[in-house]
Design a protein around this ligand. Sequence first.
Ligand code: ZN
Length: 167
Amino acid sequence: MTSEEKETQVADDRVVTIDYTLTVDGEVFDSSEEEGPLDYLHGHGNIIFGLEKELTGMQVGESKTVLVEPKEGYGDVDSEAFFDLPREEFPDDVPLELGIELEITDDDGEMMFAKIVEVDEDNVRMDTNHPLAGKTLQFDVTVNGIRKATAEEIEHGHAHFGDGHQH
Ligand code: ZN
């Protein structure tokens, strides 16, 4: 195989351009139709592991449907990621309704997102799992381009774009 042939296939240290639609529980969660095609550096964990693995060896123009189980996606739902807070700890302007998402700070000062999953007379139950934890992810992907990464991109571990340096 010549080096030119190799660049028609997705492999480590290549910048790959993909179009994708992510469907979860039968509903479109995210799509490059809205966000634009995604450029990423293959082999550096820039995208979900279960998807990156399946893209290896694909060719330009090739499409595939990839199902990613939680363990290779956003992980299983962690029962420890739920906690209760007394109602009075919430500011008055926060509606205590199911599904409301809040940015909260934990005891160590770390910011995280939490969703209200239960409300009773005294307490509000919050869930800090990733919204896609426990979900099987369906990616419909098409490989639209492959190029060799620059030494700088490989060193940084991500793709660079045009004249800019996007981090
Ligand atoms: Zn960089």
